[in-house]
Design a protein. Sequence first.
Length: 239
Amino acid sequence: MATSYGTPASSYDTPATSYDAPAVIDRREGPYGEVVLRRHGVLLQIIANGCFLMDTSDGRSERLLVDAARDALDGRPEPSVLIGGLGVGFSLAHAASDPRWGRITVVEREPAVIDWHLDGPLSALSDRARTDPRTHIVEADLLAHVNEICDTYDALCLDIDNGPGWTVTEGNESLYSKPGLASCARALRPGGVLAVWSAQPSPEFEGTLRNAGFTGVRTEEIPVARGVPDVVHLAVRPG
């Protein structure tokens, strides 16, 4: 596996070494509620509306999300990818470390998260990836973005919630509905791949993907230290 841009993967995987309470670095009221960046030991954490989203402890899930989508494209040359959610930058950094990807577009709806990457504490994790000429960061709501395009991307890698059944804001629920997934399908080129990260498996979501017209629906598990594995749901727009 190629080394990610920014901080080495070994640094990403270092656990917090302090049991002190997390320290808030920045707190903002965004267009969809409160977003917080805080530090806990060596880790940086993003909290949205009081819900823990992600931290810099382990990027395995994000790397699998990107790699699974690319592998499912069966060698399509220089495929374009849309990454839904900038987060701490793991998915972007990993995609940019792979020369096989063509255009890399990241859609992030929170201005604060973009700012933290441009000139804030998260910039060290994504600097080389952000300045890669293939990379384009778009400040927009993901569903609004995919509703405006058609036959544009070869892969959609979505990591904006804790999963289809555990959304950060109520408005995100529509993305995982049949109409929302149909919009994702239209945004893909024929044969394109949708990859959705989730903190837990969802057979119901697999059924919704099929009802939205996707084929080749399957789920890949990512083992975790404790509890239910993280997963990536994969589906293909018919050719």
